[in-house]
Design a protein around this ligand. Structure first.
Ligand code: GLN
Length: 218
């Protein structure tokens, strides 16, 4: 195993570029992971949002799954956003687990269809003192957490973000909002020092249009 000091983003499908842009803005050059060997140097790996069935198929087709599990056992932290949270869940309601790494239970597509996607604002004191904008896109709900997992954010009857020593799971998409708070938070979890004082992207990007429509006053 190599020395683990970088952050990677699984680059097979989904919101890779958006995560990369957030990390780059913070001064972290991410590794875009397309082959298993790239996992050797990672202190942390982001599993992006996208489509979890598609992602697990690609992980298996490209034979990345065994090495990903081995890297995780060797201390690599994992942050799953949306589909990524489904990938790492140990329990999926009505279905088999995929990677099965984090003791959370998820219900897929729990808010309805793609058109039922929405935006909201919350405060998560552990992550940021500022109010955060959250974007949910055909998101799952975390419906339960097991031993060693804490709920970071409860909304109504579900958990929207959870954390263990090894994993972070968010059912929403911090990479689709201007805030850099979650990327900073994950970097710290990976033992990577972020010197940037920036708390937000310098400007909203084209992929934040959905959030703007949902929050026209912003
Ligand atoms: N609905 C997708 C799934 O079940 C997740 C959507 C997302 O990542 N935005 O995989």
């Amino acid at each position: 195993m190599g020395i683990r000091k970088k952050i990677g983003i699984l680059d097979l499908q989904g919101g890779v570029h958006e995560h990369a842009y957030h990390l780059q803005t913070l001064g972290i050059e991410p590794v875009r992971v397309k082959v298993a060997e790239q996992l050797d140097e990672l202190a942390g790996l982001i599993l992006p949002g996208g489509e979890s069935t598609c992602l697990i198929r690609l992980l298996n087709i490209f034979d990345i799954t065994p090495k990903l599990k081995a890297a995780y056992a060797d201390g690599m932290k994992i942050w799953g956003t949306c589909a990524g949270a489904i990938l790492i869940a140990k329990h999926i309601e009505g279905d088999q687990p995929q990677l099965g790494l984090m003791d959370i239970t998820v219900a897929r597509n729990a808010f309805g269809y793609q058109i039922d996607s929405f935006n909201t604002r919350v405060t998560i004191p552990k992550v940021s003192t500022k109010e955060l904008e959250l974007t949910f896109i055909r998101a799952p709900k975390i419906t339960g957490v097991g031993k060693g997992v804490d709920a970071l954010l409860l909304i109504d009857d579900y958990i929207a973000a959870a954390e263990s020593e090894e994993c972070l799971a968010t059912v929403f998409h911090p990479e689709l909002t201007p805030s850099l708070a979650f990327h900073k938070y994950f970097a710290a979890k990976c033992g990577i020092n972020v010197t940037s004082e920036l708390t937000e992207l310098p400007e909203r990007t084209s992929w934040m249009q959905f959030a703007q429509i949902a929050n026209p006053s912003k």
